[in-house]
Unconditional design. Structure first.
Length: 186
């Protein structure tokens, strides 16, 4: 079934929307949750919550890309669950490493008065990523959006783990310089 048809099922309030979403994107959403949570039960909980949140958000939302929409919901739910479970145990897990790597580029220094800049920052990051070769864009997104392990990225792109690490380090340094040039306090 095509994405437009699945989205229309949501808009028609047809429960088959959840079945079709799960059939088409269940494995993808599970992988997103697994990369963040590393726990089968938590992964399943987030994926099930993804279908509920998609059901509750369509309408009024009509996503252009259903896979990205569902992946974003899963990712956000997974990070929220991760934070809840690790609130006082910060450090040592793979997702902590991902967050620490990105912290050098995009810090949490913003105060509430600067919250409105979040969408502008996202636009700047997207513009920066668009300037990169496609392979580097994918490597960055797989690591920092989907939380994929460096070993998995290396396998996917037929690179050594060291090469992936060096590539990510260079991208982060360039992103930091790019954002600093545009007035962001990093």
């Amino acid at each position: 079934m095509q994405d437009e048809e699945i989205i229309q099922l949501y808009w028609d309030r047809d429960e088959n929307a959840i079945y079709e979403s799960s059939r088409k994107y269940g494995a993808f959403c599970s992988a997103v949750a697994r990369n963040i949570l590393h726990n089968r039960a938590d992964e399943q909980e987030c994926v099930n919550d993804t279908w509920l949140q998609a059901w509750n958000s369509m309408p009024p939302n009509r996503p252009s890309f259903l896979q990205v929409y569902l992946g974003k919901i899963t990712r956000n739910l997974s990070f929220n669950l991760y934070k809840k479970m690790h609130r006082e145990k910060r450090g040592g897990t793979a997702i902590d490493l991902v967050l620490d790597e990105l912290a050098e580029c995009v810090s949490g220094k913003d105060n509430p008065e600067k919250t409105w800049q979040a969408s502008r920052l996202a636009e700047e990051i997207n513009a920066f990523l668009s300037s990169l070769p496609k392979e580097r864009q994918y490597i960055f997104i797989l690591r920092y959006w989907y939380g994929e392990d460096i070993r998995e990225i290396a396998y996917r792109f037929h690179m050594s783990e060291n090469n992936v690490s060096v590539t990510l380090n260079r991208i982060r340094r360039k992103l930091k310089a790019y954002l600093t040039e545009r007035g962001y306090d990093i």
